[in-house]
Ligand binder design. Structure first.
Ligand code: FAD
Length: 469
């Protein structure tokens, strides 16, 4: 197959664009969301500047072997990847629409569900292909975003550079500087601030505790009994990773089995339980069905919190509030109605096809900023947000699921596609995503390496993706 660097056309099918006003836009973050936001803004004729506090692009996918020194906290480390991580989506539906995530001669891992290094390589190739590097200021952290007059933003940032070994390896910090922008696009990610659930007695529990954010390799659990709280994709992977060296692994799951059960054939020492009821000073972990185990360690795979430390948080001047992991008010997870379109948020939804949603949201933001796409008046957007919250309440859905697209994923994507005037999302992409999700649930051990039954779908996918190679 041809390599990314030499053979991409990048000619995404879209209607020709009318002349448009160009805006100077600050993009915060150069992960997958920030990169595609910058590319969409450029395409629409804007002038983005991307601020990235890390030394390279890729965000989450820049593996950091140095886990946080605070096992339950963020501790300044952005990345949450563990060494063994492979993607939980197949390549066909993981990549951006017009820049397929295919294996090629530059691949470091050609599998359909590759290791994290291959995703980083893909994002680096994306940045190179679309000439984004000239727009990105690395090792530059945005420390505050404030409104400046009615129509612009004052963005303050600090350059932070880790000096080389000859200079003592120390963090060199330059003085804060500020620049004015017409608009801000927030792409700072939401897998860096661990969320730890409250559990009775956990503070006095004597064993070792850590959050999946700080998990890298299983070695420290050799021969131990380990309790894991949470069974999201990371919980599924990490429990198996640890079970390969531990004596026993006991996973507490929200969608619980009625009582303790063995998880799988591959790991006879891995047990599934109902959620945790509490922890005791003698080292016991107690489950809601009354079952208990004496454990050496607890690993919290309990998710993450949204956090925007650079935004003002007072009620009057504030941009958004975060309440029980609801970021709001936001029209369609992107625009705060009162301030739209001058500030926007890319990438908040979860249980989604991340890169695809980032691309569609970015295209929408870029089109709205240029005036090509219209937004409803602020009052209507607020009414839409209020109606969404009322619906959630009526269904008994807690606020923390506000950005969980779940069953509404395809409706949301189609809505954005229509706003942006793009081609409909291909049916094969949706079908492969649905099949992959089902397999993660049903065959957590093996779903990445066996893929049977839908050769036709894959053929359709590869025929389509070939257009962009
Ligand atoms: P990030 O990748 O987190 O990027 C945000 C960037 O913003 C970072 O580079 C950060 O340094 C920068 N930043 C933050 N604050 C500032 C600031 N103040 N100033 C300057 N820069 C700042 N998705 C998939 O599609 N497939 C998978 O298989 C998959 N597996 C995952 C496994 C794990 C363990 C995790 C945690 C996530 C996984 N995801 C997966 C989701 C993944 O997070 C998204 O794919 C995507 O990479 C998120 O991109 P982002 O740009 O929104 O955020």
């Amino acid at each position: 197959k041809a390599s990314h660097a030499t053979a991409r056309t990048g000619d995404f099918a879209r209607a020709p664009l009318p002349p448009m006003p160009s805006r100077r836009v600050a993009v915060i973050g150069a992960g997958a969301a920030g990169l595609v936001a910058a590319r969409e803004l450029l395409r629409e004729g804007h002038s983005p500047v991307v601020f990235e506090r890390a030394a390279g692009v890729g965000g989450t996918w820049l593996y950091d072997g140095e886990a946080s020194a605070e096992p339950l906290g963020a501790g300044g480390v952005h990345g949450s990847l563990y060494a063994s991580l492979r993607t939980n989506l197949p390549r066909e539906c993981m990549g951006f629409l017009d820049f397929p995530f295919v294996a090629d001669e530059d691949s470091v891992d050609p599998r359909r569900f590759p290791g994290h290094q291959e995703v980083l390589r893909y994002l680096q190739a994306f940045a190179r292909w679309f000439d984004l590097h000239g727009l990105i200021r690395l090792e530059t952290e945005v420390v505050s975003v404030r409104r400046s007059g009615d129509a612009s933003w004052n963005v303050s940032y600090c350059r932070r550079k880790l000096a080389g070994a000859d200079a003592g390896g120390e963090l060199q910090e330059e003085e804060e500087q500020s620049e004015v922008f017409d608009a801000v696009v927030v792409c700072n990610g939401h897998f860096a601030e661990p969320r730890v659930a409250e559990n009775a007695g956990i503070d006095g529990w004597p064993g070792k505790q850590l959050h999946s954010h700080s998990y890298r390799v299983p070695d420290q659990f050799h021969g131990q009994v380990v309790a894991i709280i949470g069974y999201n994709p990371s919980g599924m992977d990490i429990s198996r990773d640890i079970a390969s060296v531990a004596k026993e692994v006991h996973v507490a799951i929200r969608a619980a089995p009625a009582e303790k059960m063995q998880s799988s054939t591959a790991h006879a020492n891995l047990w599934l339980h109902p959620m945790i009821d509490g922890a005791e000073e003698d080292g016991s972990v107690v489950f809601q069905d009354g079952g208990r185990v004496k454990a050496d360690a607890i690993v919290h795979c309990t998710g993450y919190k949204y956090s925007f430390p650079f935004l003002e948080d007072d009620e009057e001047a504030g941009v958004v509030a975060v309440d029980d992991n609801r970021v709001g008010p936001l029209y369609k997870h992107v625009f705060p109605p009162r301030l739209a379109p001058r500030i926007s948020f890319i990438g908040l939804p979860f249980k989604a096809i991340p890169f695809l949603v980032f691309q569609l949201q970015s295209s929408w933001v870029a089109g709205v900023l240029s005036g090509r796409i219209e937004l409803p008046p602020p009052k209507e957007m607020m009414q839409d947000v209020a109606a969404f919250y009322t619906d959630m309440e009526a269904c008994g859905r807690p606020k923390r699921f506000t950005h969980d697209l779940g069953a509404s994923l395809f409706e949301y994507e189609d809505w954005l596609v229509e706003r942006c005037g793009l081609e409909r999302i291909e049916e094969w992409r949706k079908a492969i995503y649905v099949a992959a999700r089902g397999r993660v649930r049903d065959r957590p051990e093996s779903y990445r390496d066996e893929w049977d039954g839908d050769a036709q779908l894959l053929e359709q996918a590869h025929r389509h993706l070939a257009k962009y190679l």
